[in-house]
Design a protein around this ligand. Structure first.
Ligand code: ATP
Length: 498
């Protein structure tokens, strides 16, 4: 989804889950862990923070890149018919006229005239209805007109910011979400340029180049990961909704008439991606769009069960031939495809899109992995915080720990870490007890801790030249020969989900 038809509204509602278990995962705990362990920081924190902007710290950047790599591997390496692209953020302004973003990419907003607070009208209603299900507009919010939204808000909703019961609101207006700037020193309309609000338009404008340069035959897909920018009216819930974010999108071009089946296939594929990388199926659900964007024939969202409720992490859309046709009309360049395998039949391909948010994936995988686990014995409680991340996603794969700093153990551990670096992202930690060090690694999801002890370096020990490998999830330890360590870890990773 991206461009809305006239009254189109993107659905979103914040429904706080009642959390009674003090050890349950909450957004606050995730935010705190992210800051404490260097996953995500508030941008410009020293100046009071830049609203809706976040910086990814040393572990966050590894984790985010791993999710991106997993997606790329899954979409391109495992699909012979999907190739990659990295198109520019700045595209010709006509791109966005053709796509409909200039005219229609908007959200409905409403202001309280007393305190000047601004809201997304659809979210205001959805939030209200989730707390007062008995008072509802009688139809899905995304099918309401501006007048209907205004009437419902006037009749029912006090301003959430100032609490005014007068309900003095403005009319509901559409607010365009595209960021504008000017290229070059002259700030006039001929130099107007937009920061792209979605990555996929670059794929459409390059369609002919890709077909010709790589002799691509329909059906085929083009995958791309990159930044998108949306001037969101409201950003909340940490990295869930921000003005600057990354999308992982794939546009699959196919012959009209084959699109329905291909759409269903990609739905399955995308669902399986999340299962493969560790999301429990019970935490995923489909949301079928009641009201479709004007270009779409069908659309589903994959929603994840965040601590704030089920919310979209990815959209799967049948965009028909809308985009290519629009670019043909606007540019005057023929974007049709000559199908040599079908008697030179010429047609405008249909497009099935899978569009996932990298930052929302980041948050979903973190929430899914988070556990405060009681590992106490004899009825005593002892909680560890652990991230059960898939080893391919974990920011650190192997931590090497010498049992003691002295007697050559630290040197041996450093040597071992050095040897493992070529294959894995590693960490080295020698401070504190081994137990404390395990806990530190558990909290950031390191799947393997390798400990170098006296047996490792004692020539006449039966365990000479071996180390212990501790599994993060089972906490079991296994003695492994150093010469077999790399192969052992690779094999464990391969077996992870089997
Ligand atoms: P929403 O309804 O939540 O605004 P959308 O339907 O507009 O999302 P799409 O245009 O389909 O989203 O974009 C695809 C994906 O990009 C979404 O599933 C989401 O993961 C991500 N995304 C969209 N907007 C944002 C944002 N403002 N911040 C972070 N991620 C976003």
């Amino acid at each position: 989804m991206s461009v809305q038809s006239g009254i189109g509204i993107r659905s979103f509602f914040i429904m706080a889950k009642t959390v009674s278990d003090p050890h349950a995962c909450t957004l606050d705990k995730i935010i705190s862990l992210c800051k404490r362990r260097g996953f995500v920081y508030q941008a410009s924190e020293i100046y009071g923070g830049q609203a809706g902007a976040w910086d990814y710290g040393p572990l966050g950047v590894e984790f985010k890149r791993n999710i991106q790599n997993a997606w790329w591997h899954y979409m391109t390496q495992l699909h012979d018919d999907v190739v990659g692209l990295d198109s520019a953020i700045f595209q010709h302004h006509k791109t966005w006229e053709a796509s409909g973003h200039v005219a229609h990419f908007s959200d409905p907003m409403i202001d309280c005239t007393e305190c000047k607070a601004r809201f997304r009208a659809d979210q205001l209603i959805e939030e209200f209805v989730s707390n007062h299900p008995e008072t509802n507009p009688g139809k899905p919010v995304d099918t309401m007109t501006h007048e209907e939204m205004k009437a419902f808000i006037d009749a029912n909703i006090n301003c959430p910011t100032c609490g005014s019961k007068e309900r003095k609101y403005t009319a509901v207006r559409e607010f365009n979400l595209m960021f504008k700037t000017y290229q070059g020193p002259v700030a006039d309309d001929s130099h107007l340029i937009y920061l792209r609000p979605e990555t996929c338009q670059g794929i459409f404008t390059d369609f002919k180049n890709i077909v010709q340069s790589n002799r691509m035959k329909i059906p085929f897909g083009v995958a791309q990961v990159g930044k998108s920018f949306r001037n969101e009216i409201i950003f909340k819930n940490f990295i869930f909704r921000t003005c600057e974010f990354e999308q992982m999108e794939m546009e699959y071009f196919c012959k009209p008439g084959t699109d329905d089946e291909i759409f269903q296939n990609w739905r399955k594929e995308r669902w399986n991606f999340y299962l493969k990388y560790g999301i429990a199926e019970k935490n995923l659900q489909w949301h079928h769009h009641d009201k479709l964007a004007h270009y779409a024939k069908d659309a589903y969202d994959i929603q994840y069960n965040f601590p704030i409720g089920f919310e979209e992490i990815e959209g799967i859309h049948n965009r028909t031939d809308f985009d290519l046709s629009q670019h043909t009309k606007t540019s005057g360049k023929d974007m049709d495809y000559m199908d040599q395998d079908d008697g030179n039949n010429k047609y405008t391909p249909y497009v099935i899109e899978t569009s996932a948010g990298l930052n929302r994936n980041f948050l979903a995988f973190l929430c899914e992995a988070y556990e405060e686990q009681n590992v106490g014995s004899d009825g005593k409680e002892d909680y560890r915080t652990v991230l059960h991340l898939h080893p391919k996603l974990a920011p650190i794969t192997v931590a090497v720990l010498p049992l003691m700093k002295k007697d050559g153990l630290a040197e041996k551990a450093q040597e071992l870490r050095h040897a493992l670096k070529e294959d894995f992202v590693t960490d080295y930690d020698q401070s504190g007890t081994v137990g404390k060090r395990y806990r530190r690694q558990d909290e950031v999801g390191t799947p393997f801790c390798v400990t170098v002890d006296y047996d490792t370096i004692t020539k006449d020990s039966a365990n000479y030249d071996t180390v212990t490998v501790r599994n993060r999830d089972t906490m079991e330890q296994q003695r492994v020969k150093i010469s077999e360590l790399t192969g052992y870890i690779h094999n464990e990773i391969k077996q992870w989900n089997l």
